[in-house]
Design a protein around this ligand. Structure first.
Ligand SMILES: Nc1ncnc2c1ncn2[C@@H]1O[C@H](COP(=O)(O)OP(=O)(O)O)[C@@H](O)[C@H]1O
Ligand SMILES: [Mg+2]
Length: 205
């Protein structure tokens, strides 16, 4: 009971954080963000929940630091939303050997992160409106997670999609990759003028 209250409060707090971050000027807190480190932070925070439900987390990260230009908080928010949806899907319809797999890899001029689970999959009745605000199949759901996540992805010049899979559910987050050149600052640093860094440069061929 208390657990439920705590998880509800933290869920709503996450949503509010996401909405606030969205409402702020998107450029105000843009930095170079290393995707590997964000994923490590987010998954570390969710470990207790994963352990409680015996969900195995398979991480397949790219050792070559993949960097994007954007809001660390917002990108974290997207990953938390997707992972929490997978956790909730498995929690609500338990499966044998529950697992979530998260991959990170470069693809052309983008960074691609996929999150897949072996839960029940997206209900056909909700598939068509999955990314619309208030679309939820949960009695206690707000239906805002995927709507917020997709708008964060597009405000970063990227995309968030559901991929077809024979079982379970699989989402793909794509964000343009920032290609470092000599003289670039390290991830996490803003420019000395406090202004934004240049937009992501296209990949050299
Ligand atoms: N990994 C998943 N497996 C099955 N269904 C999912 C998954 N992720 C999202 N969904 C479906 O999409 C709906 C909308 O998700 P979301 O926008 O995060 O809102 P909420 O989680 O509050 O319901 C969920 O209610 C659920 O029906
Ligand atoms: Mg959700």
């Amino acid at each position: 009971m208390l657990d439920d209250v705590i998880s509800e409060v933290s869920r709503v707090a996450d949503i509010v954080t996401g909405l606030r971050a969205l409402a702020r000027n998107q450029e105000a807190d843009a930095t170079l963000v290393e995707m590997n480190s964000i994923i490590e932070e987010v998954t570390a925070a969710l470990r207790p929940e994963l352990a409680r439900l015996s969900i195995r987390l398979e991480l397949s990260l790219c050792s070559d630091g993949l960097v994007v230009l954007g809001s660390r908080v917002q990108i974290q928010q997207v990953l938390v939303n997707l992972l929490r949806n997978s956790i909730e899907a498995i929690r609500d319809e338990p499966v044998a050997a529950p697992a979530i797999s998260l991959t990170l890899q470069p693809s052309g001029t983008s960074v691609v992160c996929t999150i897949a689970d072996n839960g029940p999959g997206v209900a056909p009745s909700i598939k068509g409106m999955l990314f619309e605000p208030l679309a939820t199949s949960k009695s206690d759901g707000m239906g805002m997670g995927l709507a917020i996540s997709r708008s964060i992805a597009s405000s970063h010049g990227g995309a968030l999609d559901l991929l077809p899979t024979p079982t379970g559910a699989k989402f793909r987050l794509t964000i343009p990759r920032h290609i470092a050149v000599a003289g670039d600052r390290q991830p996490g640093q803003v420019s000395s003028e406090g202004a934004l860094m240049a937009s992501p440069r296209p990949l050299a061929k």
